[in-house]
Design a binder for this molecule. Sequence first.
Ligand SMILES: Nc1ncnc2c1ncn2[C@@H]1O[C@H](COP(=O)(O)OP(=O)(O)OP(=O)(O)O)[C@@H](O)[C@H]1O
Ligand SMILES: [Mg+2]
Length: 391
Amino acid sequence: MAETAARRQPNPYRPGFNQAPLVFAGREEILDAAGEALEVAAFDGRTPRPLILVGPRGVGKTVTLGQIAQIAAVQHAWPTVHVEAAAHGMTETLSARLRTARGLLEGWDPADRPRRRTKITGAKVQAQAFGFGGGIEVERDPTEPARDLGTELRETMTTAMKRGAGLLLTLDELQNAAPAELHALGGVLQEGVPEGWPLVTAIAALPSLRGKRGGRLPTYLERAEWHTLDTLPSSDARAALSGPAERSHRPMSAEAVEALLALSGGYPYAIQVAGHFAWRASHGSDVITVEHARAAEPRIAADLDQLFLSRWEDASPREREYLAALAAAELSHPAPNGGHVAAVLDERVTAVSYLRDRLMKKGTIYRDGTGGLRFITPGMGEWVRRTAEQR
Ligand SMILES: Nc1ncnc2c1ncn2[C@@H]1O[C@H](COP(=O)(O)OP(=O)(O)OP(=O)(O)O)[C@@H](O)[C@H]1O
Ligand SMILES: [Mg+2]
């Protein structure tokens, strides 16, 4: 009987992108900064600088935005307007969602505001109360003409203030936005600063957004509070690995945690993959042992390989040579620059810089804050070295 119940237990790990983990580990510094920004906006009558989270793929930028939305809901009963930027149309989408938020806020009863996550990602508003999803339809006159972003934001903030509420704006994948739209956004947000709107803006982007600094990024965003996300330090990685199992009453042995940590290297995406397959391998047992972790290893490796393989296959033969040289250079420099890579290739920097630029444009590699080159997917360097060896 117990075995059947254990077998039916849902897997508590969330492998994949944009999947909120059951146990969100670490990132205290960012959550504290966001908590403070929300307090400043809610109580001090000031609009704080936007928060910008940058980091490679799969480190948890999107789910961290979700955690900030959770704080806004639980601490302040504020709704969140969320937009994922694409090459076009960010301004229109944002305007439309602000209008939806306004409709929602108009019906907001100051005495009985929902303390649950209210995320506006379309005309239908998703509200999550303690894990139960629900939808709130916002009445809107479809014939109402679309107004510009500045007007929409002003009217939404006026409504919010009347109701004693505020607004969290989360913008994801901002590196995709067209420069003109970034400038429009920066201008509109900056205009609101003297008004002291209860508005907090939290942005997530790949590190290439930094490249838009120095002219291409609006000053208002350039002067934002920047936070870099990378892999989790090992204590947080352990919590992310063992927490979901513990909560689901099938704890992981310390040895299993260490074995899985060695495979995932603190990379949040890989942690969820590792936990997922270890959980699967332990069906019927009431603990996850190191044997289960070892049995899951091939599945975990295959899943992560897929991630690297798709990037590799997207590269031309010359670009692959560059990637292999970068992976080799990593062995002697933690964040090699173009010069180190060119040295491995035995070429002049200028002769191979076009390869570096193409790979940066494709988003396979990026330049970190210190000018070093890195793979956008953590762990890819090691995979490339293994792949190169096998050929
Ligand atoms: N702090 C964390 N604790 C536990 N798991 C996490 C944490 N952060 C992220 N994850 C997990 O890592 C995976 C990737 O998260 P997410 O999609 O937010 O990454 P991302 O940085 O937004 O990636 P991309 O750049 O591709 O959009 C998800 O499975 C998520 O559950
Ligand atoms: Mg994301």
